[in-house]
Design a protein around this ligand. Structure first.
Ligand code: G3P
Ligand code: CA
Length: 268
């Protein structure tokens, strides 16, 4: 086990519940956070977007169709984009039945509700700013909500919060607005681009399919904005053999829908 793995509970890489423990409960809902906690998962990942009236909500897709009953409740509102609905309208939706009848009460949570639940379980948060090009100013707004909830206090900023995005501009904006917050850039940028990204990202977080030992060590050879080696969190790994393989590449964390399986496999 490399020293980079020291942060994982059992000495392995960090294990992060992707959209909550989303193999066992509907993604990005409070039920998925609860499930992650039940499985002893320290870190939860989520996706943040914005409603028409400016509320931050937790949802992966830019429209509500796949994970809610929006088509039934608002049949005339195609294409059912998150940004075209108010928070009050979204709250009416059933965000759990698509996953299973036991979850019919699940709702699309606001970021505030999601953060409260993570806090209640003493978990840590890997927050993804999704589609920032659709939501100008979402970085500042996300930090404001986190700040209001006490998540930018010293103890949280140093060990309990990472803000990531596929958008390098968004990651850079978060870093510039609040340099103490740890940040991650999603994707697999070429090694030649890392000197630039290491100026504002503490992590490079690639899909497992694009990984190799050489790439992971190249990333970790750079120093991030907080003076530490860049870290690598990979996604989305749900089976034991694959988890062991990426752990062997030396990744610092594994983002998974099945945190129990990955933890069992790699001891994170
Ligand atoms: O956290 C990594 C992963 O969530 C990025 O992909 O599409 O699941 O948001 P996606
Ligand atoms: Ca995500």
């Amino acid at each position: 086990v490399s020293p980079a793995h020291a942060a994982g509970r059992g000495g392995g890489p960090l294990v992060i519940a992707h959209r909550g423990a989303s193999a066992y409960a509907p993604e990005n809902t409070l039920a998925a956070v609860d499930k992650a906690a039940e499985l002893g998962t320290a870190w939860v990942e989520n996706d943040v977007q914005r409603t028409r009236d400016g509320e931050l909500v937790v949802l992966h897709d830019d429209n509500l169709r796949r994970t809610t009953d929006v088509e039934e409740v608002y049949p005339g509102r195609a294409p059912w984009k998150v940004k075209d609905f108010t928070a009050a309208e979204i709250t009416r939706l059933d965000a759990g039945s698509w996953f299973g009848p036991a979850f019919a009460d699940a709702r699309v949570p606001t970021l505030e509700q999601f953060v409260h639940r993570v806090e209640r379980h003493h978990q840590k948060l890997l927050l993804e700013i999704k589609n920032p090009e659709l939501y100008p100013g979402i970085e500042r707004q996300t930090l404001k909500v986190l700040g209001n909830e006490g998540w930018l206090d010293r103890s949280h900023v140093t060990g309990r919060l990472i803000v990531q995005s596929f958008s390098a501009d968004s990651v850079r904006t978060v870093h510039e607005l609040k340099p103490a917050v740890k940040t991650g850039l999603l994707g697999t940028p070429p090694v030649s681009a890392l000197p630039l990204y290491a100026g504002f990202a503490d992590q490079i977080n690639p899909s497992y399919g694009s990984l190799s030992t050489a790439y992971v060590s190249s990333v970790q050879a750079f120093t991030g904005p907080h003076g530490r080696p860049l870290q690598v969190l990979t996604w989305t790994v749900d089976d034991a053999a694959r988890a062991r393989r990426v752990a062997g590449y030396g990744v610092d964390g594994i983002i998974t829908n099945k945190p129990d399986v990955v933890r069992e496999a790699v001891g994170g």
